[in-house]
Design a protein around this ligand. Sequence first.
Ligand SMILES: Cc1cc2nc3c(=O)[nH]c(=O)nc-3n(C[C@H](O)[C@H](O)[C@H](O)COP(=O)(O)O)c2cc1C
Length: 185
Amino acid sequence: MPNPYRVAVVVGSLRKQAFSLRIGQALAKLAPDALKLEIVTLHDLSFYNQDLEAQAPADWLAFRDKIKSADAVLFVTPEYNRSIPGVLKNAIDVGSRPYGQSAFDKKPAGVVSNSPGAIGAFGANHHLRQCLTFLNMPVLQQPEAYVGGVGDAFNEQGDLVKDSLREFLQKYIDAFAAWVAQQYK
Ligand SMILES: Cc1cc2nc3c(=O)[nH]c(=O)nc-3n(C[C@H](O)[C@H](O)[C@H](O)COP(=O)(O)O)c2cc1C
């Protein structure tokens, strides 16, 4: 049983001041000792192209290794046009191949979607869950995390200043820790 469990936090936005990144960083701070969260950003990940698989680019291999070496994966994603951003879908595609060697296989996962809007990126959350089902990843079901109204949650330095969100993220990451431990029993 790993101690702590290593959690790859895959951030679905490339924006420097992304709310998704800030939420990932806030979760890393709030995480109990049983978890070690490591932020994985997607800036250097090139597009998946099956033609390149025989000599896979170094950035694909590095991403696959990061996921393989994690005990669990936490996706923090914004919503683009009621779905997940292309960079996140590309990361899922890269990590899922070569066929039969998916880095994601059987890893416990969580989904934290977020938006400045009111719906909390529900569409992205569930499009992502559809991929995770196919990837054979057990996903924490409750609490669900549709984080809406994120626009006023952080100050200019990126610190979480919204108490209601801090309380929710604390509950979420505690539940995630307990649930990940259960998956490894
Ligand atoms: C191409 C694009 C599409 C978007 N579509 C949605 C959407 O469907 N739903 C939503 O709530 N916000 C949408 N937004 C607004 C994002 O929620 C907002 O830009 C958010 O800050 C992006 O997340 P980030 O801060 O993690 O980068 C969209 C933004 C962009 C750039």
